[in-house]
Design a protein around this ligand. Structure first.
Ligand code: UDP
Length: 243
C-alpha cells in the first residue's frame, strides 16, 4: 500500500499488558510480541504513520492486585508502572529485530534502559521515523495507563488513540460478551454514551480527557492479524469508534 493511505498521520497505540501475554494473561509471549511489532513496523514503513505506543503492565502487575491484598496502594501502583517498562523493553527488542529504530521513554527515570519522557524529544523521534514506546504511565500512582495514552496523545499532537483489546473482544459491546452472549457490538459511540452507560472501554478520566481534546478512540482487537492496518486505512468497518 502506498504511503499516505492512512486516515491519520500520527497515532497513539495503547497496548494493554495482556496483549503481550499468552492465553494465561500473564508473562510475555515472544510470538505475540513479534506479531505486534511486525504490524507496527508495517504502519510506520508502509503507511507512513507516526506511531507512539503506550504500554500497560497488567500481565505482570496491577496496582489494584496489591492494594486488594492489603498493600499500600501507591507502592503497589509504582510496581505496576515498573511492569510497563518490562513490556516496553520487550516490544523495543522485537521492533529492533525488524530493523525498526525505536526509543523507549519512561515517565519514571531509569537512565540505563530508557530515556526520560520529554515531549519535544518524543516528537522529534517520531518525525525521524522512529517508533516511540512510552513506559511508566504518567509516573504517578492512582492512574492506569489509559490516562497517559490520552494525555500523551494530546501532547504529541496525535490524531487518534488506537486502543487495542485482546481476548477476542473486537470492540465495545452493549454488555460483556463473555458473560452476556446476547450483547451486541456497537460501531460508533459518543464519549458521553461511554460515560453515561458506564461502558468499560477506558478509564472515565481518559474518556473525559479525550472528549475535551476531541481525540477519537478506536477500540479494536489488536491480536487479529492485519487489524492495525485495517484501523489505520479505515476502508472496512472495524471495532468501535468513540468520538
Ligand atoms: N500505573 C500507575 N500510574 C500510571 C499508569 C499505571 O500507577 O500512570 C500502575 C497501576 O497500578 C496500573 C499498573 O501501573 O494498574 C499497570 O497499568 P495498567 O493497569 O494500565 O495496565 P494494562 O491494564 O493496560 O495492562
Amino acid at each position: 500500500m502506498p504511503s499516505g493511505a492512512a486516515r491519520w498521520k500520527r497515532v497513539v497505540l495503547k497496548l494493554s499488558g495482556q496483549a503481550f501475554s499468552d492465553a494465561s494473561g500473564y508473562s510475555i509471549d515472544g510470538d505475540v510480541v513479534s506479531q505486534l511489532a511486525t504490524e507496527i513496523v508495517d504502519a510506520r514503513r508502509n503507511l507512513d504513520v507516526d506511531v507512539a505506543v503506550v504500554v500497560g503492565g497488567g500481565n505482570i502487575w496491577r496496582g489494584m492486585t496489591g492494594a486488594g491484598a492489603g498493600m499500600d496502594r501507591a507502592q503497589s501502583d509504582y510496581m505496576g508502572m515498573l511492569a510497563t517498562v518490562i513490556n516496553a523493553l520487550a516490544l523495543q527488542d522485537a521492533l529492533e529485530r525488524l530493523d525498526q529504530p525505536t526509543r523507549v521513554q519512561s515517565a519514571i527515570q531509569m537512565a540505563q534502559v530508557a530515556e526520560p519522557y520529554i515531549r519535544r524529544k518524543a516528537i522529534r523521534h517520531l518525525e525521524r521515523g522512529r517508533v516511540v514506546i512510552l513506559a511508566g504511565g504518567l509516573g504517578n500512582p492512582f492512574f492506569t495507563t489509559d490516562t497517559p495514552a490520552a494525555l500523551r496523545a494530546a501532547e504529541i499532537e496525535a490524531e487518534a488513540i488506537l486502543k487495542g483489546t485482546h481476548s477476542g473482544i473486537d470492540g465495545i459491546y452493549t454488555a460483556d460478551p463473555r458473560t452476556h452472549p446476547e450483547a451486541t457490538k456497537l460501531s460508533e459511540l459518543t464519549y458521553m454514551d461511554v460515560l453515561n452507560r458506564g461502558l468499560k472501554v477506558m478509564d472515565p478520566t481518559s474518556i473525559t480527557f479525550c472528549m475535551d481534546h476531541k481525540l477519537p478512540i478506536v477500540v479494536f482487537d489488536v491480536l487479529e492479524r492485519g487489524n492495525i492496518r485495517r484501523v489505520l486505512v479505515g476502508s472496512e468497518p472495524i471495532g468501535t469508534l468513540v468520538r
